[in-house]
Design a protein around this ligand. Sequence first.
Ligand code: HEC
Ligand code: HEC
Length: 337
Amino acid sequence: MSSGKSRFTALLAITAAAAIVTACSNDAADQADAGATGNTMPAAESAAGTAAQTTASVANSHPTEATPEYGRRLLRETPALIGPNNPDPEMQYSGNQLACSSCHLNDGKTPGTLSLLPTSGRYPRQSNRDGGIRDLRDRINGCMERSMNGRMLPRDSIEMIAMEAYIDDLGVQYAAMTEAERAPVEPPAFIEPDRAANVEAGRAVYEQHCFVCHGNDGGGLRVAESAGGAYVFPPLWGPDSYNNGAGMTRTLTAAKFIKARMPFGQPILTDDQAYDVSAYINSHERPTKANRELDFPDKTLKPIDCPYPPYADDFPQEQHILGPFNPIREYYQNLKK
Ligand code: HEC
Ligand code: HEC
């Protein structure tokens, strides 16, 4: 499994390039369209293209067999294969420039936060969000409609079956792993501070620890259109990022991920920093998910940090977004008694 390591090295190598590009785009701050599309990097500097998720050309060779390897590529090259960078509109299912592997790091193969190794054995299961039993294909479509701001893949499409086959394969690997191999190499799990998250403090964390890769507008960093337009560093908000119905919009979910995994390759944030920067990135505009009010038909099962109403309690929406979460948690614990 060489790809993890080499990808990591490549990404670190271009961090320097990212800094340069970001600096340039600061100079040209008035230049109109740096915003929505993210910062661009000349093709010549994109030796890290090997690390990038997508190029337009890969999309042209469309596999016709639902192999696990095709599934793995779908997780990694999502925008090119089933997203906006596929020239065939019928194949454009995902609606942003994220790859599944932008969040399920290393194609879900690394143990720990958002790993897909133990996933296959967990389905079918009850989904509180949908209010019924859902299988792995439904769950993949959950991320398609929210994290990927797209539409559902047909359940029997080659692409859906290939992703399922890949995740099932990971499950087989997981079953064969020892306890030691399963143990995540991550900082200690996020522990939620007993206070409201502070968006302004989060901005400072962002500028110090995130900006260099994710850009001054949260737009990420992509190679030039002529080189395929692939993102090297994914967008955290704006039109190319996850929508406002995604799990990552929840302050606690994002803080857990960020504490465990970011800054990429060097996760060093304190709980307070992870908490505040999570609130900061989610305080920005992002695409809209329709019908969010229908989520969690049983509102008492709604996660306490779900940022959108309706709720089965009288806490203000602001508190569901920023905390403090303990009073809300206690309220629901008392309901169950
Ligand atoms: C913006 C980040 C993000 C992206 C991009 C993303 N996901 Fe997810 N995914 C999540 C989060 C957050 C969860 C929920 C984890 C939890 O329930 O605690 C999740 C959960 C899942 C699960 C259930 C895992 C389990 O063990 O129960 C599957 C399967 C999954 N995602 C597949 C995908 C696939 C396939 C794609 C691409 C089509 C994708 N995800 C893209 C963030 C993301
Ligand atoms: C060294 C570059 C780098 C730094 C610094 C960095 N990230 Fe990331 N980030 C990445 C990469 C690369 C990915 C996608 C991982 C992949 O594709 O393997 C990512 C993915 C993410 C994602 C999930 C995907 C998305 O676009 O929403 C979030 C959220 C995120 N980073 C937040 C942060 C935060 C918050 C910080 C600062 C504390 C930070 N990152 C610092 C490189 C970086």
